[in-house]
Design a binder for this molecule. Structure first.
Ligand SMILES: CC(C)(COP(=O)(O)OP(=O)(O)OC[C@H]1O[C@@H](n2cnc3c(N)ncnc32)[C@H](O)[C@@H]1OP(=O)(O)O)[C@@H](O)C(=O)NCCC(=O)NCCS
Length: 234
């Protein structure tokens, strides 16, 4: 377990207002699952709630976290502050294996669950999926494959009240140390958050690819950048 006390330079902002400002980084365990799913939904739109574009938290949480929590929990870490889960890094040691499991298991069961719940019949969801489909037709999902040089993947999010207090950096470091111990040679991930770019660059990641996505234009009024970052580890 990695922990930080109140004297750490990162203590500032809202986190300092909690009665016990210390946070600890520890491996994910199954009792963290509801918190991880809640944070994933609340941060799904570049750090803002996913309810802006999708009307089914259960399905959205499955799409964002199910592979990691249910198929590779040993590669996930959470930050705990004052007894509350403040954020997570969800990892995959081998992105190609993750893709295979998602295609064979996660996606089929997710589609079936969504059909049973009538998720696709809800107007907000149908509209979002229609725009994703248009993006697919436009070739926006084409990107170079980095899994050979950077085999691992990650997904990170911090609950709003705990941001900019060092939690994200500590989670990234814990995950990178774990990958290093396992001699994984690199890690990469995609993000649509332009704001988070500085965070990733400060933590040693390099921009590998930049694209754009148009499927949020119908309600954001603008395209969103898609950046793929990577880091060599071993
Ligand atoms: C991006 C994120 C993971 C960073 O974690 P964090 O705990 O807030 O970051 P840290 O406190 O460790 O690092 C802070 C540094 O990162 C940068 N940074 C972090 N969030 C930033 C933001 N929203 N805008 C600009 N810079 C940001 C800054 O350089 C900051 O340094 P400073 O506080 O000295 O200015 C977290 O803010 C978050 O989850 N944001 C919303 C969702 C998101 O963008 N997730 C990433 C998707 S892959």
């Amino acid at each position: 377990m990695w922990s930080r006390g109140p004297s750490h330079a990162a203590w500032k902002g809202s986190i300092a207002l909690t009665s016990d400002p210390a946070f600890a980084i520890r491996r994910y365990s199954v009792q963290d699952r509801p918190d991880v799913r809640r944070i994933s939904v609340q941060t799904a739109l570049m750090g803002e709630p996913g309810s802006a574009f999708f009307d089914d938290d259960e399905i959205l949480a499955d799409a964002l976290t199910l592979y990691f929590t249910d198929h590779e929990p040993g590669s996930c870490f959470v930050a705990v502050c004052g007894g509350k889960v403040a954020g997570y890094v969800l990892g995959a040691r081998d992105a190609r294996r993750m893709d295979r499991i998602c295609a064979a298991k996660v996606l089929p069961s997710l589609l079936l669950k969504a059909l049973c719940r009538g998720t696709f019949l809800r107007k907000k969801n149908a509209r979002f999926l229609f725009h994703v489909f248009l993006s697919l037709l436009k070739g926006e999902f084409r990107a170079p494959v980095f899994s050979k040089e950077y085999p691992a993947a990650l997904h990170i999010n911090i609950d709003r009240e705990f941001r900019s207090a060092g939690v994200g950096s500590a989670l990234i470091q814990a995950y990178l140390e774990d990958l290093k111990r396992q001699a994984v040679k690199g890690v990469h991930f995609a993000t649509m958050s332009g704001k988070a770019a500085l965070f990733f660059e400060k933590n040693g990641f390099q921009l590998l690819f930049r694209g754009r996505r148009t499927y949020f234009r119908y309600f954001l009024g603008k395209d969103v950048p898609l950046s793929i970052y990577g880091m060599r580890i071993a």
